[in-house]
Design a protein around this ligand. Structure first.
Ligand SMILES: [Zn+2]
Length: 93
């Protein structure tokens, strides 16, 4: 498995998009991160939701970054906790 990241932009989505990390669909209006890259020699575009994006900026994450597939992030207990916290914070605002 090899993935080369080319670009990353935060965009306002106009259509629902599935997050490549948590495999959850996000409905507009919302912001998502639009990524382009080369995976196994094939140009690829993906979206990530703000929660996954935040989680992946954590230092520890960089070690496993390129090795997980769509939805695999749920195997990480700390991700579930992180997401729960984040969702609760959003509700309280
Ligand atoms: Zn996500």
């Amino acid at each position: 498995m090899s993935y080369t990241h080319l670009s990353k932009n935060v965009v306002n989505i106009r259509k629902p998009h599935k997050c490549v990390c948590c495999a959850q669909k996000t409905e507009p209006p919302a912001k998502m991160t639009y990524n382009t890259g080369i995976y196994e020699g094939v140009f690829q575009t993906t979206y990530t939701c703000p929660i996954c994006e935040l989680f992946m900026t954590a230092e520890r994450w960089k070690e496993i970054d390129n090795e997980i597939g769509e939805g695999d992030i749920w195997e990480f207990e700390e991700y579930k906790q992180f997401r729960e916290q984040h969702v609760n914070q959003t509700k309280n605002e």
